[in-house]
Design a binder for this molecule. Structure first.
Ligand code: FEO
Ligand code: CA
Ligand code: CA
Ligand code: CA
Length: 658
């Protein structure tokens, strides 16, 4: 009998054979998470599921009310002026949000198309030199040593950090390298006979690049390969654990008896900027890098493979083999703080914000100045979280703020069908967590959240705070495994093929509130498909084009929501795209397609400059899974596909979206 309360006590999963598989993107980006049994076996029922099987009536009623214009934005805190479009805490309502561009048609072309009046250019590609002295990229001559100096694979999150306060023409761009795909990296790759050097190159191609970028007179962007600001983080860079999970029985390994010194970060997906000018980046599908979990129940709750891993790193590095280092995976799955201005800063994995498949790391400030961080757990039937720091943001001491995310309270969301909701604290020794320790909660957060009765969601992806209307937007990308009789108000479709976006309002507009209200903002899909229920905040959908699988979000100066998708090729037969949608006024809910991606790729990590004159976007995994002989995309050079970052800007130099 399992007497360890942190293990949850659910049955081991029946792991699906690797033969009964899916699209390559699913295999390589998250180890087929959607094709495995959902790891949440807690038995948490969707709250009051039987009461509401369709869009909540309240959502529909309120949508007509919120069609009214909001009020004007007031001043922003100093931090957002310095570090760009950081979230605001001001309470004044928003101006009418409008969009001044026309939607472009969907396509499957191997080019990036943008709305009329806009241009885009490639800034940096996989293999381009990052650190000074990096060798020129050679597809046939790759080495791990070179990869650790070059731009890594599969760029996702972008964070722009001005070098001078408010600067929008020059700054540092921090870019995640989420995951690798051997077949798309190495000519002649044999997945069953991975070499030690290939494994080492893949480890070096994870992590993050920070590069200095600047805008030219023609509006286009380039990076400076010889800037002393540039640096790389990889899957082996020394990092430290902070908070209650550090130095615990769960994080000590043979190689690290301190339980605090970790090598590298893996599968960093979305991210955010802190008001004090650091990057917060989210380790997502970390489970897939580890092997030989057997039937250990806590590992199963995180989807760690019972046998070999897909990349076979365990063949060359003991730490990826749970038979050798059972605690090593407990040192991954965190929000990681990085100082883009200091290449010598040791990145901090903040365990106080929990361990799960973090997607999103969105920071704002509460009314009393504490740091509040929203993050989702991107798994079918997993949860939405919020962290509130113990201490307050210190406008006079950046170094003090670097400790803010090490201690605080983590909450998980329960969405009630009546449109209300509450943040349930994950606190050791209280309520259903009375047998837990703080270290246990930090290391096995999913099980703690199971215990308090959080609402299982349809794969939470990015979360953004809208600084204009102060609402919180949550992308739920899809959940084809939600049964029609297991829907609830906040996850109203089963199966949820196309995903949806929730709009959350904290009580009193204070990010530290324990209660909130919520609405459905968009139910994605093809509005012309009568078989699928869609909803666009009450806007007349007969005028609208299709959207599916919302993933990353961004908000512009006028409070419009920008949405990037990941999955449209399989859902709608069209390239993943970026959309913009007003959140207020008569056009609230009117989606417009702004940019289209390339075959096999998604457009990820949308990020504006402080003046909103440029939108940075990652072109992730172009031609994915096709290999290098006949890839469906050869973006950007027509030779072989290279994940790249592009900048999009208005030809007249104006604000994007206006
Ligand atoms: Fe890396 Fe949940 O997308
Ligand atoms: Ca994502
Ligand atoms: Ca975002
Ligand atoms: Ca994605």
């Amino acid at each position: 009998m399992d007497t360890d309360k942190t293990s949850g006590g659910f049955a081991p999963l029946n792991w699906i054979s690797r033969k009964a598989r899916s699209a390559y993107h699913c295999e390589i980006s998250c180890d087929d998470a959607c094709f495995q049994p959902a790891p949440n076996r807690s038995g948490n029922e969707p709250f009051a599921a039987i009461l509401n099987r369709r869009i909540s009536r309240r959502s529909l009623v309120k949508a007509t009310i919120t069609g009214a214009p909001l009020l004007a934005l007031s001043t922003s805190p100093l931090s957002s002026q310095i570090f760009g479009s950081a979230p605001l805490t001001n309470k004044a309502d928003a101006a009418f949000s409008t969009v001044g561009l026309e939607s472009i048609p969907h396509d499957n072309e191997d080019v990036i198309n943008t709305a009329d009046g806009y241009s885009s250019n490639v800034i940096i590609r996989w293999g381009d030199g990052v650190t000074p002295g990096a060798p020129e990229f050679s597809l046939d001559g790759q080495t791990a040593e070179a990869a650790a100096k070059q731009f890594g694979f599969n760029c996702d999150y972008n964070g722009f950090f001005p070098l001078l306060p408010g600067q929008s023409e020059r700054g540092l761009l921090g870019v995640n390298h989420e995951y690798t795909s051997g077949v798309d990296m190495f000519p002649g790759y044999d997945a069953e006979n991975v070499t030690a050097e290939q494994a080492a190159i893949e480890i070096a191609s994870h992590g993050m690049s920070v590069v200095e970028v600047s805008r030219g007179d023609d509006g286009s962007w380039s990076y400076n390969p010889s800037s002393s600001h540039n640096f790389r983080l990889t899957g082996e860079t020394p990092m430290m654990l902070t908070g209650p999970g550090a130095r615990s029985v769960y994080t000590i390994t043979k190689a690290d008896p301190t339980g605090a010194d970790v090598l590298g970060m893996l599968n960093n997906c979305a991210g955010g900027r802190t008001p004090w000018g650091t990057i917060l980046t989210a380790e997502e599908n970390f489970n897939q890098y580890f092997a030989n979990a057997g039937e250990e129940t806590r590992a199963a709750r995180y989807g760690i493979p019972p046998g070999a891993s897909r990349r076979h790193w365990e063949d060359f590095h003991d730490r990826f083999d749970l038979d050798m280092e059972p605690n090593e995976p407990n040192r991954f799955g965190y929000l990681v703080e990085i100082d883009p201005y200091d290449p010598t800063f040791t990145p901090r994995k903040h365990t106080a914000m929990g361990r799960f498949k973090h997607e999103a790391a969105t920071v704002t400030l509460s009314d009393d100045g504490r740091a509040v961080v929203y993050s989702g757990d991107d798994e079918r039937f997993d949860y939405v979280y919020k962290f509130i720091s113990n201490d307050r943001y210190n406008i006079f001491s950046r170094s003090a703020n670097l400790d803010l995310l090490s201690s605080g309270t983590l909450y998980v969301a329960r969405f009630n069908d009546d449109g209300s909701g509450e943040w349930l604290p994950l606190v050791a020794g209280s309520g259903s967590l009375y047998t837990w320790t703080n270290a246990g909660i930090a290391s096995f957060t999913r099980l703690a959240a199971d215990a308090v009765g959080a609402t299982p969601m349809d794969r939470p992806e990015d979360i953004e705070v809208n600084p204009v209307n102060h609402r919180v937007y949550i992308a739920l990308t899809n959940n084809t495994k939600r049964a029609s009789d297991a829907v609830d108000g906040a996850n109203p479709r089963g199966p949820n093929t196309h995903g949806h976006i929730l709009e959350l309002t904290e009580n009193g507009g204070d990010a530290a509130s324990r209660r909130f209200t919520w609405d459905i903002f968009i139910l994605c899909g093809d509005p012309s498909d009568s078989e699928q229920e869609t909803y666009f905040a009450g806007f007349d959908k007969s005028e609208l084009d299709s959207i599916s699988a919302p993933d990353n979000l961004a908000v512009d100066a006028n409070g419009n929501l920008w949405i990037s998708t990941d999955g449209q090729p399989s859902k709608l037969g069209q390239a993943d795209s970026i959309y913009v949608v007003p959140t207020a006024g008569p056009e609230r809910g009117r989606i417009r397609r702004f940019m289209t991606g390339v075959p096999g790729g998604e457009l990820a990590g949308p990020e504006f400059t402080p003046d909103f004159g440029t939108l940075f976007v990652s072109v992730q995994h172009p031609g994915e899974g096709d290999g290098l002989d006949e890839p469906s995309s050869t973006f950007p050079d027509g030779d072989f596909p290279r994940p790249s970052v592009v900048a999009a800007y208005k030809n007249d130099g104006g604000v994007v979206g206006t």
